[in-house]
Ligand binder design. Sequence first.
Ligand code: CA
Length: 219
Amino acid sequence: MRVLVVEDEKRFAAALRDGLEAEGFAVDVAGDGGEGLWLVRENPYDVLVLDIMLPGMSGYTLCAKLRAEGVWTPILMLTAKDGEWDEVDGLDSGADDYLTKPFSYAVLLARLRALLRRGARPRPAVLTAGKLRLDPAVHRVWRGESEVELTAREHALLEFLMRRAGEVVGKLEIVGHVWDVNFDGDPNIVEVYVRRLRTKLGADAIETVRGAGYRLTGD
Ligand code: CA
């Protein structure tokens, strides 16, 4: 497996390279974000290790840029102990995991193996389907250019349907994911909420598939 380490502290980067090579990884090292970006565009990496504090482009920015370009290679962020890392910002920028320095190689390797198992399937921070766009981090939804105001439950239902866009999802499955364990009401509640979403998003945004459930098109 091929890994890119983007880290400006040369000795630390060299130690990482040696450690990972000893485990059988093919390792490239970039000393700043710009070089990292160039290498990722040129090479098929299986996993990326990004330091946050880099000269020029930060690890956050590099991560967000890669995700915006449709690069879904798993990303592990490295952070110092002094609180430079904001977990929320980092994960919202599209990182998959993070480690605080100093860390043990055993932990680093375990995290990298977990990320490699996950693979590079798309997992966008902002969901899109048809004309719809939903940002789970800030709980905002747009249809085309206009923002749509949703209640918390409407938002939760739409997010679930958008994560499964194009698939038929049954009422019971929806209830299981969008309502909590205390909900023991009628699964037809889903119909009520789908109707509300159609009113706000357009009648064609969610199709009814008779006897099976709903399919989000976003149209
Ligand atoms: Ca650094």
